[in-house]
Design a protein around this ligand. Structure first.
Ligand SMILES: [Zn+2]
Length: 280
């Protein structure tokens, strides 16, 4: 278990270093992880929040390595991931790479990528290849980045260490999230490097556990709907999340809505105004 000292550069492998931003919290765990990939020239993955000390720590790490920052990659545009991109671009002239979110509300409005990447787009030099894997679900514009030479996937918020991620509609989409998890099973994976928490050394086990966790929640949703009959989201939430403390039911309600919208897409449930019911 490595510690998370903000600003400290942690060497994770031959090509990967991690610097954690000083933004710990309920949604960010120990803080946002920024990754530096490479030795001779660097790709920065998830520059993080626009906090001076954090940006300085990234620039200092690059200076210590005597390596220029050539690319700035953002997994998605939640405010703990991409706002430092602009200042890092100003300081380095490196292009910013990522996608604009389909639903800009509650996203980093300052995000203006120089390159709008699609699934499969990549950068390559003598040392490494980083390839985009489009993983919508947590966010519509979410990209994971696959470091081929180390079979390591930078998972952003698609997968965090130690907790499940928030799926908040309309930008969050549970059906897309599940499909994105299944898609990752096709990749040869040794490590997952999440934006929050430690490196994950048993990727397939974790991916299967996350799929199972969501599947169980979906089953419980249907069981409770059978018991309650037609119901609103607000009445269903405390039943489906009866093991979760009440102060978290606001977040739980968003996740439950995501489950219900998936079940609606699967044609298992239907909605009439605010009332949800299982389809006949
Ligand atoms: Zn996020």
């Amino acid at each position: 278990m490595s510690s998370f000292k903000p600003g400290e550069t942690v060497v994770l492998s031959q090509r990967v270093r991690r610097i954690t931003a000083p933004n710990p919290g309920m949604m960010t765990g120990p803080g946002t992880n920024t990754y530096l990939v490479g030795n001779a020239e660097l790709a920065v993955i998830d520059p993080g929040p626009a906090i001076h000390e954090h940006i300085d720590a990234i620039l200092q790490a690059a200076a210590d390595m005597r390596a220029p920052i050539r690319w700035i990659l953002c997994t998605h545009t939640h405010i703990d991931h991409s706002p430092a991109a602009n200042r890092l671009r100003e300081a380095t002239d490196a292009p910013v790479i990522g996608q604009i979110a389909r639903h800009p509300k509650s996203q980093d409005a300052s995000f203006k990528p120089d390159h709008h990447w699609q699934h499969g787009d990549f950068i390559r030099n003598d040392e490494f290849t980083l390839r985009a894997v489009h993983t919508p679900g947590h966010a519509s514009n979410h990209l994971c980045f696959y470091l081929e030479e180390e079979q390591t996937l930078f998972t952003g918020d698609h997968i965090m260490e130690g907790s499940t991620v928030v799926i908040a509609p309309p930008d969050g989409d549970m059906l897309a999230y599940m499909n994105s998890l299944h898609q990752l099973k096709e990749l040869p994976l040794r490590y997952l490097a999440p934006a929050h928490g430690n490196r994950i050394d048993n990727p397939l086990q974790i991916i299967e556990a996350l799929i199972w966790h969501r599947t169980l929640r979906e089953r419980k949703t249907l069981e409770k709907m059978q018991q309650l009959g037609p119901c609103t989201l607000a009445t269903l939430t405390p039943s489906v999340y009866d093991e979760v403390p009440a102060f978290l039911h606001g977040v739980a309600q968003m996740s439950l809505l995501a489950h219900l919208l998936k079940l609606e897409q699967d044609q298992v449930v239907e909605r009439n105004d605010d009332i949800w019911r299982i389809r006949e």
